[in-house]
Structure formats: C-alpha cells, structure tokens
Design a binder for this molecule. Sequence first.
Ligand code: MOS
Length: 693
Amino acid sequence: MSGATAVGRPHTRLEGHDKVTGTARYAVEYPVEGVTYAQAVQATIARGEITRVDTVAALAVDGVLAVLHHGNAPRLATGVDAELFRLQEPTVHYRGQVVALVVAESIEAAREAARLVRLDYDAQPHRTELSAQDPGLYQPDHVNPSYPTDVLVGDFDAGFAAAEVRLELTYRTPAYHNSPMEPHASTAQWQDGRLLVHDSNQGSTPVQEVLARLFGLSPDVIRIINPHVGGAFGGKLYTKVQTVLAALAARHVDRPVRLALTRQQMFGPVGYRTPTIQRVRLGAGRDGRLVAVGHDAISQTSTMTEFAEQTAVYTRHMYATANLRSTHRLARLDVPTPFWMRAPGFAPGSFALESALDELALACRIDPVELRLRNDTPVDPDSGQPFTSRNLAACLTDGARRFGWAGRDQTPRARRAGRWLLGTGMAACTYPTRARPAAASAAASADGTFEVRINATDIGTGARTALWQVAADALGALPERVRIEVADSALPPANVAGGSMGLASWSWAVVRACERLCDRIAELRGSVPAEGLFVEVNTEEEVAAQSTLPRFAHGAHFAEVRVDSETGELRVLRQLGVFAVGRVVNPATLRSQLIGGMTMGLSMALHEAGVFDHRYGIWVNHDLASYHFSSNADVPAVQAHWVLDEDSQLNPLGIKGAGEIGIVGAAAAIANAVHHATGVRVRELPITLDKLL
Ligand code: MOS
C-alpha cells in the first residue's frame, strides 16, 4: 500500500504509445472477416421530395452489392430521433441529408457507385437564413439541456431605464463545424440476431439504447466498442447517422459494413454549432456596478427536430445584478439540425457578454479586470442561492499578475511598434459543473492486482489515465497493480464524455466501487481469497441526493494581439488563462484540455465560420481547405494555469471538469484585445482583416 499519491501527478496517457505508433485501432480500422464498405449519397436540394431513384448505373459497378434508399431499406422504428430516420421516407429536409447508401466490396467501388446514383426531386422553396426579423421566431419549451427558456429576475426594463450608463449591443456568431481528426465512423456486424458495432462516439451506453429502439431489439443483444475515439468536440454525443446506416446496411447485405463519413460529409449531417444573433443590454452606475443585464439570443433549429442552444444561460450566472433578463428564440429552417459543440451556449454567449463588459469598462473608464471584480458575486443571480464555490476573483487577480496587466492604459490605439498596433484584452468565464449517475465494478485478485471497469469513454482527453489514477488512490494501491477497462457497452453503464461531466461522474462511481472493495478486503482481514473479490456499485441514489446549490467552474483569459495598421493583418501574440476547475487529477492532460479549449476560442475569434449560400441551402466551405481553423502557426504562446479550488459539495474528489471552460470567454478576450489595439469593435465573428480596415 503506497498511500494516495497518484491523483495530482502528471502522467502520460496509458494508450499514448499505441496511438503514436499506430497500433491503436479506431472504428473502421478493425480487421473484420468479409467486411464491406458503404458510401453515403446526399440530397442536392434543400427541401422537397425524392420522386425517382435510378440505381442501374450504380449497381453495374463491379463489386457493388446494394444501393439502399427509402424504397428498399430495412425499416426503422419511428419516433426515436427524426435526424436518424434515414432511408425511410422520400422527404428531403435539408441539403446534404443522406438519401441513399451504396454498399460494395471496396471503398473505391462504393465511392464510384455513389457518384452514379441518380435521384430526381420535386424541389420546394426553402428558408435557410437566420434573421432577427423572422416572423416565425418562437419560444421553445426549454433550452438545452433543460434550462428555462426565459429567466426574468427583478424588473429589467425599469432597472435599465434608470441606469446612469446604458449600452445596447448586438453580437453575432456564425455556424461552427465539429471536425475531429477521426470522422464519424462505424463498423457494424450482425451475428445470430446480435449487433456488434465498433463506433466512434462520446459514450456507447446511449448509443446502445438508441439502436435498440430503432431496430426493435433488447439493448443486451447490442454491443458497442469504442476504445479509441479521434476527437469529437460534442459532435459524437449520442447516436449519429453513420452508426444507424452501417447497422441498417449490414442487415440488408448480411455482411459486416464499414461506413466512415467523408470530411465533406461532416459539414451538416452530423450537426454543427448554430449561428447566433445576440442582443445584450447593460445598465450600470458610473462606478461600473451593473443594475440591469439583458441578453436576448436567437438561434436556429431544423424542421425535423428541435435543438435549442442555451446561448444566454451564461449571463444568468456570471455577474451581480438585481435585474436580469435572458431569453431564447428559435427559427425553424430548412437546415440540418444543429448539435452540441464544445461549451454549447456558453461559448457564443460568453463572446457577447464578455465583449459587452469590455465596452462598459471603456464607457465607465474602469479597468476591465476591476470592472469584473466589482461585479463579482458569491450568490447566483439566477437562483439567488450561494455558489458551492466561486474562485473567479482569484483567477482574475492571478491572471492579471502572470500576464503583466498592471499599469495598462485602456485607451485604444495607444501602443504601436512600427506598423503594428498592439493591444491587450481579457474576459472572464464560467461553466457548469455537474455529475451524472454511473456504475463501476472493482475486482481484487489474490496476486495483489486490481481491475476497475466502467463504460467511460476516452475521446482523446486522457480520461482513461485519470480514472486509473483515481482508482489507484482509492484502492491505496500502486498504480501499476491496477488495470482500468473502459469504452465497451458490456461494462457497467456510465454517462457520456460530455458536458464537462465525464471525470466528475465516472470518478464518483470508481471511488465508491474501490471503497466497497477495500471494505470487503478489510472484513476478510486483508486477505483476498483465491477466487478473488468482485463488487459493483451504482451512484444513482447518491448523485440524486446531492445538494442543488449552483455549482460552476470559473476562469479568466488574457490575450495580446498585434494588427498591421496598413493591411489589417492580425496576429495573436499570446494567450494566458487561469482557471478554477476543482481538484486536479492529471496536470498534464488538464493542461492539454485547457489549452485545447483556448485554441478553439482563438479559432472562433479569427478563423472559423460556416459560409452559407442561401440560394442553394448549402455551406460553401464544406471541407478543411476552405473552412479555416487555427493551425500551429496561428497558435502563439498559450499558457494555462489554475488556482486552488476546493469544493466539498460536488463529488468525492471535488472534480469540476475542464473539457469546455477553456473555450468559454477566449474569443472575447481576443476581440477585446483587437479593440484595444485598433479602436475597432468587431461584434460579428470571425475577426477578419476586412473588418479592421
Ligand atoms: Mo460537449 S459539446 O458536451 O462534448
């Protein structure tokens, strides 16, 4: 027994060697006897009906086994998820919807045949443009995942009207596409009525359940395996279309089927972050103290199913104010259904509010760090209850110190080096910290080794390694004596890797399983019988019984930019973030998560935007040549730090989760730095050079 020492120490990923040497297998890389290849065919109209499918030329391609479409595909159960109800109906809901699927002996034959599938349509007029003037804007029942649509505290209108300083500003963010290195991909095999899927997802327990419902099966005849996932960013939360299609096709041809979406097919059919239009109104005293905060957000959903981005929820929990208004409205358009993307709601929402705070700081001539400290609150403005912990002030002051913020002249365009205009900016951030119930098992062998099993998912974040560290400490064992098994639906069921809830939830179950096992060993006076010991626990009751006080992680971002005064060329020189994210399990992978989020925020600030052609109902830039995101050359010195953040009201280890908070506020810090450098306020992302000239 070594004592509890693994948690808090940096450790490289357990699977790191397999990944960098190419032996780690992803969803379509498993050798499978008799495997076939599928290729999706997408609709070329934005709305209407398929009137005819001509598969003659496609079927004539050597090696083609089948062309599935609504006229011949096996039937799926209705009422599960309209986005997944593919090849079942002639209706086209958006351009890019999968309308046929070719299955062939080779990927080349499948691709060639997909090109030859002829579809005729009865095209109808479509609407794809998000507009604040849209008469069809409506108020959804709730916003994701289950927040009230509107929150009104105090009297916003009266507070705003009476405020000494008033700002009314509109911010916009474009559509963003999740493009992880591994596309959405699945290999599906049926055998004796059982379905085995090697799948790329953020958690296989819900995928197993959804497939069971779609195919009318019991979940226990379905097994989903996902040991390595090449990134996801929210786009692989829950079942996606390729998993369903691979299973459908495998049933139809009675052979195993591999289906990987192409990079181009990732732009739409798997979801994306909705564009937003956000009106922010701030009323404050001349001392910068907020008296009224309003945030009205508009986003889009599809005609098939409702997805309501929680854009204004950020504002409900951030700054002290007696009068708070936050609302969400949705437009139903002929577009693919938006979906989760890292820090849903909070990423676009924080861009608006944290930019507006910067505008208020200038209007009041108050330093933006000081403005945020002045409006800090131990009490959640939405619920009126105290936060379980709130270390925002520590992040702000520590970040300002590390960055060298003191003595900053807030006047725009005040610093220059030759042609370059220099500026610094900052923003704060928050993200909810939650946990979900999970099950885990722990086993002891007579040889002194242990095995811990949980259907957690490691999407590349280091979750497997962190859980192994947690398990070792909970067992009081040397880590090398502990084995961790994750990523298989045959393991004890657990929640998805999402919502920054993974480690907080899974570690809870792992700790309880290990504690129970240690109790059993203690009852046997420290001896493990020859047949070993096994326990399985479930945290359902304990999670349900936790306090309902508001619980959040916090942080502060700082950025420095330079802008060429003649060409508008914009370079970010450095980003620095300080976060309060609870107990740190693995500093190495935590740092990667945080700088990854910050880099994605940089990308949001400067590069990413889905450019939509409303005539044709399609994103023009639907590949990685034209959909720009930050690359190594764009990422300067990025530093992530954290402050001590103890919270005993969360979960056994006090973990807050850090997968998302790094992106929250990062784009605003850069936009604020750009304003400081140039005097130009860009309220519509991304900040391209044409907007600076
Ligand atoms: Mo995250 S968008 O919950 O994977």
